[in-house]
Design a protein around this ligand. Structure first.
Ligand SMILES: [Zn+2]
Length: 222
């Protein structure tokens, strides 16, 4: 668990830039069953991010665990370094942390897991949109979502799909240059969706507005 966190840490340092804090602590405890809307859910691996600290509830042998660890470590950049309004633009740090975990798995030559994740994300988004009878743009505020599962499917799964589409549009070099620009602009500050679009646009020769309109919604940009 610790070596996976260390590898993710090294990868992000190379791709996004230096880690902003003097140390990173990982506190891990076994996962326990949890409740949501009165239902008992089976235990699963999960985590929570704090500046310089990651807490993990782990399930031994959980195939999702490496990605959960990589997601939480990525928050040190997306939230710990460049913050954001987590109520009105929750997608910014969560989508970036989710997609960073896929970039890390890809770097670890675990492309099969990345594709399985993206396929499942597509299914989840499709299912929730059919079930709720509408589609949500990533730029929606948390107040726009009717429940936690809709929020999490849009902000995490749809967010990762958007960033995959964005990287395809810009190419990898411009994509990482845009991420680094965003981090430089909002270092220990509060990033915005508009700033994220501007950073990406500065790095890319393509007009990215149509893609942002399709996924994020330009009218939501702050
Ligand atoms: Zn997260």
């Amino acid at each position: 668990m610790l070596s996976m966190a260390a590898e993710a840490f090294t990868y992000y340092t190379q791709q996004f830039g230096p880690y902003p804090y003097p140390a990173l602590s990982i506190v891990a405890v076994p996962a326990f069953p949890w409740l949501e809307e009165g239902e008992i859910y089976a235990a699963r691996s999960s985590g929570m991010e704090y500046p310089g600290l990651v807490s993990l509830g782990y399930l031994e042998g959980d195939p999702e665990l490496p990605r959960v660890i990589a997601h939480e470590v990525a928050h040190q950049w997306w939230y710990g370094l460049a913050g954001n309004d987590v109520f009105n633009e929750a997608w910014l740090d969560e989508s970036l942390a989710e997609y960073s975990s896929l970039l890390f798995l890809r770097d670890q030559e675990r492309e099969k897991e990345v594709q399985a994740f993206l396929d499942e994300a597509r299914r989840k988004v499709e299912r929730i949109e059919i079930l709720r009878g509408r589609a949500w743009k990533l730029g929606s505020s948390v107040y726009d979502f009717p429940d936690f599962s809709t929020y999490s499917v849009v902000v995490y799964s749809k967010g990762a799909l958007f960033l995959e589409a964005l990287q395809k549009e810009t190419g990898s070099e411009a994509f990482f240059a845009g991420l680094q620009q965003y981090l430089a602009w909002y270092r220990f500050g509060v990033g915005t969706g508009r700033g994220f679009l501007e950073a990406m646009q500065q790095a890319s020769t393509r007009d990215l507005r149509p893609l942002f309109e399709e996924w994020v919604g330009l009218e939501y940009l702050r």
